[in-house]
Each structure stands twice: as structure tokens, then as C-alpha cells.
Write a protein that binds this ligand. Structure first.
Ligand SMILES: [Fe+2]
Ligand SMILES: [Fe+2]
Length: 477
């Protein structure tokens, strides 16, 4: 903590006297306090004493007065970056070789097993091969290769690590029997090998998960970020009037409300040839024209807003996840305030990490885990967070590209986790992570009607980057 505070001071080019440092460290949130106090410092103040900080708390210190003149409204700058190593764009290595698959799953195992091994309640894991020769409780970490349910209702998992595999037995009478398991997720198992050493009887299951102690730490940021998912320009059911209403609202309110960032989590256009008979549902049937129309629709967004755009399964990039950013051929008409990124991607905005994933993998979650449904996207996102993986199931509806690194694994815990794809709107919090499913700008489609799915369109979730407050702003009324 002490080093964090000194780092901030060094970055701002100020020196703290020992009594000032002591005063800061006695605060319940020294980092936020330092940020708040020091970032507002007048430029000629290089040495900060305790008295300066006390005065600033009283609100009558010159250091705060100068802040008002130093940062006038019209000099606002944005602070946004794509987190290195989270975007596949320009980094794809896969060519469909067998070694690609081996490396891909090894990367996944390494990332997720490391997270499990870091859990203080898990203890020290040992290789499966060694564990299965012992007569005591053991801890192993494996990737689930197969999930079977016996005719008596017991669950049998086959798990593997880099050298070996074993079967894990979960009795239907065990408290663990309510757990859902999916193939290719990574789990830690505490259990005891049976006497024949061909089954590990599970006593506890550990997932990588988000630490329960994880919290949203308030910061001094005053800006907000909003999300516009699944715009589906080109579709007959694109909600043009709702969109225009939203643009008007942004024009009137965004600047004063410090709404400075917009994230577009994919399906920005309806695409072509995405499903059989789609041409009957298109108002623009040329893919280039769809993106041109999108560029026009985005022009109304106030210039001070920085936009991050990623593709979804309707967009003109490869379908297999992770998807690279949209190419220049489609985006050459876009304004310069639009940042193109891959799917998924992590971005840092004013110190907050935002993991944004279009969410095609949700289809596999729904068809593999009984308790999950399209009506509850937030519940699905919690399952992703528990496994620290957005799309673990390989070889079903959602295509995964075997890249050298598993971009679908969540190496870091985000502050905000957002998905789209299912055109629902919801928000919640899971162990301190704000979860958002970010609506759509398309009304119910024929396909959705057939499947009795009612979307929740024209809702813009807005998150305050300092406090974490979330508003679901509807443009349907
Ligand atoms: Fe969509
Ligand atoms: Fe989608």
C-alpha cells in the first residue's frame, strides 16, 4: 500500500513528507485518497505536508481551488486502452494443425489451474498419476474430458492433467450432486482414491472463480461508460426510431453527465447469410452498405465520446472465437473516435477493467447446463465467472479457434463484465464484478418469434466508473 501511494506521488511529480505519508496511510482507502488529493494539486506544489492534506479535507485549500481552473470542462481528455494480450487482432497463430489444439488446451489448463492453485482454501495439488496411487485425501486439478451420469444418478467425470487422467465419482447423495459440469472446464478436486485405485471419490470441488473478497473499489473518476449491443443495422427489425431517440438523448445529456465512453459488444450489423432465409428479413442486403449505414448511424453520437466496437457472430469477420476486429474494408467510413477491437477483449477505461464479449458461447451454455436459459443471461455470466472462462465447451455450436493462447479464459478479474448476443437486458453483481447483458436495437425477429423469445430491446446500460452505479436507460417508452 505504501509503495502504491509513493508510486502515485512519483507519477504526479510530488514529494510527500513523512507526516503526510503517515496521514495518508491512516486513511481507510489510502490509494483513492491519494488519487483524489494529489491529482487536484496545483502545479507549483511539489512538497506535500500533512497540513496540506488536512486543509484539502476541509475544502479550503488552494490545491483544490486550482483544480477547478486546471481542468475546465472543454479540456476533457479520455483515458482508454485495450489491455495487452487480450485481443486476438493481428495475433492469430492457428492453422488447424494438431499441435495448435494441444497448445490451445495446454494454455487453458495452465491459466485456469494456476488460478485454482492460488486459492488459499484449495491447498497444494499434485499430479493425477501420483494422487491415484495414494491412500489418503488428495488434491488434483484437471480439465473435464467427459461428463457421464450413471443410471442410478451418480455423476462420473473424466478429468485429465498434462500426463494422466482419472475418473471422479460424485455420489447422487453427495452435496456436490447439484453441481453442473461442462466439458473442457478446469476444476480442482479434493477426494480420496477408492481401494481399487480406479476412481477418485470427490469430497469437494474447487472452481477458479472470482474471490469472494473481490470488491468494486470506488475511485475518483466522474465519467460513465454506456453499452449498445446488437445494433443489427440492415435488419428490417432494426429499431430506427428508438435509435434516433437514444442519439438525441446523448446529444442533450452525455456531455453534462460525463458520459464519455461507449462500448458496442458486437452484432453491429445484421450481416448476410447468417441463417437460412435471412434475405427476407433484411432492408440492406449488401454487407458493405450495412457498415456504411452503421457509420452514418454512429455519426450522431457526440464527438467527445470514445467508442469501442467489437464484432459478433453477425459481423463480417471469422466466426470462430476469439474474433479479430473488423477490417478496414468495412470500417473506412468510421469516425476517428471509434476504436476497433476483437471479441472478446479487455479494455481499461479510467482505471476500470471492462471485459466485453459478444456472447455466442451462451448458446452452448444453455444447451449443456439444465438450470440455464436465455431468459437469464446474468445467471449464465455467473457460470462463466465461476469457471473464469467464457466458452469452455469445445466442438459444439460455438466455434473456437485453437490459438496458442486461450483468449476465452479470464486471466484477470474484470470490474465490469458485459455480454450481448441474446438481446436481453439485465444487470447484477457477482463477487464484486458488475455483470451486464446489454440489450439490442432490433425488435423481435421471425426466428425469435418461432422460439417464443421476447427480447428486451432499446435499453442502454450506463455505469458510473467511479461509484459503479448502474442505470438501465430505456428508450422504449
Ligand atoms: Fe444479435
Ligand atoms: Fe449474436
Amino acid at each position: 500500500m505504501r509503495t502504491d501511494v509513493l508510486d502515485i506521488a512519483a507519477r504526479l511529480g510530488v514529494l510527500l513528507s513523512p507526516d503526510a505519508l503517515e496521514y495518508i496511510l491512516s486513511n481507510s482507502d489510502p490509494v483513492s485518497f491519494t488519487n483524489t488529493a494529489l491529482s487536484a494539486l496545483s502545479s507549483d506544489k511539489m512538497f506535500i505536508k500533512r497540513a496540506d492534506l488536512e486543509n484539502c479535507l476541509l475544502g479550503d485549500a488552494p490545491i483544490f481551488k486550482s483544480a477547478v481552473t486546471d481542468a475546465p470542462k472543454n479540456k476533457r481528455h479520455t483515458d482508454i486502452e485495450v489491455v495487452a494480450g487480450t485481443d486476438i487482432t493481428g495475433n492469430s497463430t492457428c492453422e488447424g494443425e494438431i499441435t495448435d489444439f494441444t497448445n490451445y488446451f495446454k494454455s487453458r489448463y495452465d491459466i485456469l489451474s494456476r488460478i485454482i492453485a492460488r486459492r488459499s482454501d484449495f491447498g497444494v495439488g499434485i499430479p493425477i498419476e501420483r494422487a491415484m496411487r495414494l491412500d489418503r485425501d488428495v488434491r488434483v486439478i484437471g480439465m473435464i474430458y467427459e461428463v457421464n451420469v450413471t443410471k442410478n444418478g451418480h455423476i462420473i467425470l473424466t478429468i485429465e492433467d498434462s500426463d494422466s487422467n482419472c475418473k471422479v465419482f460424485i455420489s447422487k447423495d453427495s452435496p456436490l450432486s447439484g453441481e453442473s459440469f461442462v466439458t473442457d472446464e478446469v476444476v480442482g478436486i479434493v477426494g480420496k482414491p477408492n481401494s481399487r485405485k480406479d476412481l477418485l471419490i470427490a469430497e469437494e470441488v474447487f472452481r477458479p472463480d472470482v474471490p469472494r473478497t473481490n470488491r468494486w473499489e470506488p475511485s475518483d473518476s466522474v465519467a460513465s461508460v454506456a453499452f449498445l449491443s446488437d445494433i443489427h443495422i440492415g435488419s428490417l427489425t432494426f429499431l430506427e426510431d428508438r435509435w434516433q431517440k437514444m442519439i438525441e438523448w446523448l446529444k442533450q445529456n452525455a456531455y453534462n453527465a460525463d458520459l464519455d465512453y461507449l462500448v458496442l459488444p458486437g452484432d453491429v450489423v445484421d450481416g448476410i447469410g447468417i441463417f437460412p432465409g435471412q434475405e427476407k428479413e433484411l432492408i440492406i442486403s449488401d454487407i458493405y452498405k450495412q457498415y456504411e449505414s452503421l457509420a452514418e448511424h454512429l455519426k450522431g453520437i457526440p464527438d467527445h465520446i470514445k467508442i469501442i466496437m467489437q464484432p459478433g457472430n453477425h459481423d463480417a469477420v471469422r466466426l470462430a472465437e476469439p474474433q479479430p476486429a473488423l477490417g478496414n474494408i468495412f470500417t473506412k467510413n468510421f469516425d476517428s473516435n471509434i476504436v476497433l477491437a476483437g471479441n472478446p477483449v479487455s479494455v481499461k477505461i479510467e482505471g476500470r477493467s471492462i471485459l466485453t464479449y459478444h456472447g455466442k458461447g451462451i448458446d452452448d451454455w444453455v444447451s449443456n447446463v439444465q438450470k440455464l436459459s436465455y431468459d437469464n443471461p446474468i445467471g449464465i455470466m455467473e457460470e462463466m465467472l465461476k469457471r473464469r472462462h467464457m466458452a469452455p465447451i469445445y466442438g459444439q455450436r460455438n466455434a473456437l479457434a485453437p490459438e496458442r493462447k486461450d483468449y476465452m479464459a479470464m486471466e484477470e478479474v474484470p470490474d465490469i463484465f458485459v455480454t450481448g448476443h441474446i438481446h436481453g437486458a439485465g444487470t447484477s453483481e457477482y463477487n464484486g464484478v458488475k455483470t451486464i447483458n446489454a440489450s439490442a436495437w432490433q425488435n423481435q425477429t421471425e426466428y425469435q418469434k418461432m422460439h417464443n423469445f421476447n427480447p428486451d430491446p432499446a435499453i442502454m446500460p450506463i455505469v458510473h466508473l467511479g461509484t459503479g452505479d448502474i442505470m438501465m436507460k430505456s428508450f422504449m417508452e
